[in-house]
Design a protein around this ligand. Sequence first.
Ligand code: PMP
Length: 331
Amino acid sequence: MSKVVTNQIKKSISELVGRTPLLEIVNYEKENQLDAEIIGKLEYLNPANSVKDRIAKAMLEEAENRGVLKKGTTILETTSGNTGIGLAAMAASKGYKLRVYMQDGVSEERTKVIKAYGAEVIPFSNVPELVQTLEETDGDFVAVINVFKKSVAEKEENVVFLNQLENEANPQIHFETTGPEIWEDTAGQVDILVAAVGTGGTISGTGAYLKSKNPNVLVVGVEPGMASIATLENPDITEITGVHRFSDIGDERVPANVNSNVIDEIIEVETSEAYNAARAVAKSDGILVGISSGAAIWAATQLAKRPENRGKRIVTILPDTGLRYLSTDLF
Ligand code: PMP
């Protein structure tokens, strides 16, 4: 029997990236007596369960097109987890080797998942130069990346360092996919975008697209409050994984992919508030999301309570799944 050709049967997980649904968290809105809509973009429904699948696919394809990624090349990336997981899944499906350098202390699920996809995980503590730089600069990731280039990436042959902090394919893929998806699925009726800022790729690309369609869209970044940043004196503070603080640090510490022209406002969220919001939406609307999603929902809640935002539509990026935090005290 000859088989009917259908494009509904995919041949690679890269075909499953994006086109994530929007969900209005109606029960949460009611419980909190909100007069604005909070709509989550469920990025955990990507094939490797986070928003980072988008940039994993985009950065790999960009490196292939540039000719620096071929069979036998080892891909290198530094990540707090989700980018490593997305890349590990894509690298497995495309047949590439991947080595992920991860900061010590991120949830153990992340390491396990990356290894399950067949990639290698190197803790930062195996590379003394990285730990030393983190300590000396009190967590300056831009400085760490520069040291990584010199002490790891440039010392090896046949490797490609994707570098999500500086790789233009990162914001670009959000400009090409995340933004248009939100625009289409809301029929152009979106007033506010809320996104947590890590590399800045999500907010910069998505925000720039939405503003190109309607300059009045308000783009709000979410960053950790001062009490939620681990320091040399207080190393045990629980942080919002994947999210960084940029507003009151020197320009040289802000990653190239944070486009501050696109960001209209920053809302600070403490880890405890992020936890509360993530716990609340699991019970109210049945969505199990991670800490940065909780932070984004908490920020969206503050916006929804402002009188000037009555009746407005707030689209909130929910970057990853709560299943990635079962070893932590989130749930
Ligand atoms: N939340 C989580 C859980 C993340 O891993 C990241 C990426 N570091 C972000 C939010 C922020 O996304 P972006 O890097 O695009 O700013």
